[in-house]
Design a protein around this ligand. Sequence first.
Ligand code: CP
Length: 333
Amino acid sequence: MTEKARAIPDRMKGRDWLMTQDWSDEEIELALDTADQLKHEFKSGVPTLHLPHKTMFLIFFDKSTRTRNSFEAGMTQLGGHAHFIDSETSQIAHGESPKDMGTILSGYGHGVAIRHDLVPGEGQSYMRDVAHWADVPVINMQCDVDHPCQALADLMTIREEFGKDLSELKIAVSWAYAPSYVKPMSVPQGLIMLMTRFGMNVTLAHPPEYTLMDEPLQLARDNAERSGATFEIVGNMEDAFADADIVYPKSWGVESLFSKPDEAMRVAQQYRHWICDEAMMARAKNEAIYMHCLPADRGCEVTDAVIDGPQSRVYPEAENRLHTAKALMALTM
Ligand code: CP
């Protein structure tokens, strides 16, 4: 008999996904189970038309490869349509308010997703404003505080590698040098919040200027205490990598310098030696895996030998963005 898609539970219908912290452990587990199921069905060629004729609006204030395409392809695979809105070519550029965006797009479709990640203090607040006025679910495709879609895909990837009991694992989340652009702070912040919550021992490493925001740091400490994990901050990549099971070195910006990219790059230049190369990988466990949300600055954040090497999981990690995006849309819309 031909396999049929498993039904999607309806208890999350209408819910926003703005920070992983807004969903309970049980709700995150449901998202992960749903992503596993949708991944299996995608690979088996089983149609998963859970959102026929529905429209998701994708508002981008920043560039994207994985996020935009996983949401667009994912929505097609769910039977609906994802509609791209560029902040620069819509009336947002002329100051159209989050109230108008949330209210009007709610009248045209069934969900709104937003990326607004490059201005500390603005993205999460903008999304909460849109969500207040929208009567459809709002999904955070990356803000200044959290990248919950990335963190969920990363947790899925780690569980595929190590199983569900993550309590003995050490993950090193480290700053790394990148000259391409001032990268948002939300990936490391999303990681320290979610991985402490799911029991991983998290070591964060960065140069002194690259401290993360207070709220995610406090949530990471609280989550670690509740789960029985540890959360520590060190001042170099070497200590973070020591005996790690998972290493996640990537660049992010200085919170006060996002509006001053030239100055931000001058600060970063001092730390060009913060690169993940084979010698650095040798400090982690032999079976450790290398992760990066991508895009990575090859030759700066990481060498080709590492990102293309046997310990790298960047492509399965990127692929899981599709399955988790589909899970979040199918559950909430
Ligand atoms: N990891 C991630 O969010 O990739 P994009 O910036 O390409 O969407």
